[in-house]
Design a protein around this ligand. Structure first.
Ligand code: ADP
Length: 502
């Protein structure tokens, strides 16, 4: 016992003042292994290790190492325990070397080394136990931090959903499981009243009939998102127009749908007003126009007396203008009708050869006026299609009209037809001004004109092609365009023979 004590103080004396040497070795180790190039952290590590080594030297004398562990526990920063272990091992190596170099007697040497290993085994063992504890502590802190983050995010989303001006609800087993304030308010219920209600009580029978399947499929986690318009029922029985966007979700571990619901009553009202405004204005314009046009035509017929050439010229100009106005009114009425919810095509068997020839014949005078060649090439037995003849005629009419309008005098307009798989294809090509690549996707937009300047050369409202596109879409077909500026354009109309698939 006495001997051990003596040996300890010899070792402590040997090691005293070795902190610098230890730190140097530790620094080398740190450079080799540490991934962090954070110099402030390294400096801090050095400070802590210096303190630790001096405690070690004191402990060496007493054989009590608790001090070191206390120091470790109170480390002021996120210390890597592996770094501490490496420091301790470096210290042990130095100590062993010092004992070997300085002690003469082989027995003392052997005992000193044995003592050093025993002591360090004890310390390293405690350090590794401490490591487990520190790991648990860190994990606990991390969980605390993450929980706080999660709660904050939850509060944020809850606030967003609760205060949203759009209704939000979760539907499961046909029951409203969650609703925000707006959803309840829209229905005229309190939140307490609406939660637990059967969704079927919240829609009119017609809307329920129309959307039941889609809603219930999504409740079972089938299919993707669904957006639809419906008429909902308030608590007092009054209807409210809504747009609903539903996505499948999981609520308390079971399939459900999460829906956002928007009150669109105002939008619908404006839309209705817009439609009735268009159709009223157009009808109001048409009545006097028909009278004016009738009078002009009557005068031109010469039944009221022979006209001198200059009078005839004025009247002919007036007649042309009234025809143009008539066509604009037609276009506006057609757009209003295509837009209306109740719009339906009048489907029947349509002979596209007949429609094409009819349109071409009606355009011959216009083409002649501009000295254009208008050629029609249709194969015998071009298939008939299922379609709305009046609308298809309008489509052809607009495109042939444009071809004539945008082709300078002396040019050529060709209309070709062919069967192509399940489609009938009609191609209208011209040798006109052409359409720049960047314009080609825009010309089907409403009111779009490549040249819309007040000084533009070509008259028009930019509505013709948007109507054409809608008509082709309604038939399940499409229109393609190919064009080179200065060379001409080809509009290709593809219409499925069987009509639009259901
Ligand atoms: P608009 O009443 O102005 O003719 P459309 O919707 O029919 O309206 O056409 C939109 C625009 O597309 C036209 O203003 C014109 O710039 C361009 N366009 C349509 N057809 C042709 C064509 N055959 N050649 C050149 N440009 C065309």
């Amino acid at each position: 016992m006495e001997n051990t004590k003596k040996l300890r103080s010899t070792l402590a004396a040997l090691t005293a003042g070795s902190e610098d040497q230890l730190l140097k070795r530790f620094g080398e180790w740190l450079q080799k292994y540490s991934e962090s190039r954070d110099t402030t952290l390294e400096a801090a590590v050095q400070v802590v290790m210096r303190e630790m080594f001096s405690t070690l030297i004191t402990s060496l004398r007493t054989g009590r190492y608790e001090e070191i562990l206390v120091q470790l526990k109170n480390l002021p920063f996120d210390f890597q325990i592996e770094q501490v272990e490496a420091g301790l091992r470096a210290f042990r190596a130095i100590l062993v070397r010092k004992a070997n170099d300085s002690l003469e007697d082989p027995t003392s040497k052997h005992r000193a080394v044995e003592l050093i290993y025993k002591d360090f085994d004890l310390i390293l063992d405690s350090v590794s136990r401490l490591q487990d504890k520190m790991y648990a502590l860190r994990l606990e802190k991390e969980i605390e931090r993450k929980t706080a983050e999660l709660l904050e995010a939850q509060d944020l989303y809850k606030g967003l959903v609760e205060n949203s001006p759009i209704g939000v609800c979760i539907l499961q087993d046909n029951q409203i499981k969650f609703a925000n304030d707006e959803f309840a308010r829209m229905g005229g219920y309190t939140k307490e009243e609406i939660i637990g209600m059967d969704y079927r009580q919240l829609l009119t029978p017609e809307s329920l009939e129309e959307h039941k399947e889609g809603i219930e499929r999504r409740q079972r986690g089938l299919d993707g998102p669904l957006t639809y318009r419906a008429t909902a029922l308030r608590k007092d029985g009054s209807p409210i127009e809504v747009e609903i966007h539903s996505v499948p979700t999981v609520f308390k571990g079971k399939p459900a749908t999460q829906s956002t619901v928007r009150d669109i009553s105002r939008e619908k009202k404006i839309e209705q007003l817009r439609q009735s405004f268009f159709s009223n204005v157009s009808h109001e314009l048409r009545t006097p126009l028909t009278t004016i046009s009738g009078h002009i035509k009557f005068l031109l017929s010469g039944k009221k007396g022979k006209l001198d050439p200059s009078h005839r010229q004025f009247l002919e100009a007036a007649s042309e203008e009234t025809d143009k106005l008539d066509r604009i009114i037609d276009t506006i009425l057609e757009l209003a009708s295509l837009d209306s919810k109740s719009f339906r095509l009048h489907l029947a068997d349509v002979d596209m050869t007949r429609v094409t020839r009819k349109v071409a014949n009606s355009k011959t005078p216009q083409a002649k006026q501009k000295d254009l060649t208008l050629e029609v090439s249709l194969p015998d037995g071009l298939s008939h299609i299922v379609g709305d003849e009046r609308r298809l005629e309008m489509l052809m009419n607009n495109i042939v009209d444009n071809a004539i309008k945008f082709t300078p005098e002396g040019g050529e307009v060709r209309i070709e037809g062919r069967d192509e798989g399940s489609n009938v294809v009609i191609e209208i090509s011209d040798t006109g001004i052409g359409i720049a690549k960047e314009e080609q996707s825009k010309i089907f937009d409403r009111f779009y004109q490549a040249d819309s300047s007040p000084t533009r050369k070509y008259a028009g409202a930019g509505l013709g092609l948007s109507i054409c596109k809608e008509i082709a879409d309604l038939h399940g077909g499409r229109i393609e365009v190919e064009s080179d500026v200065g060379k001409g354009s080809t509009f290709r109309i593809l219409l499925p023979k069987e009509g639009r698939p259901e």
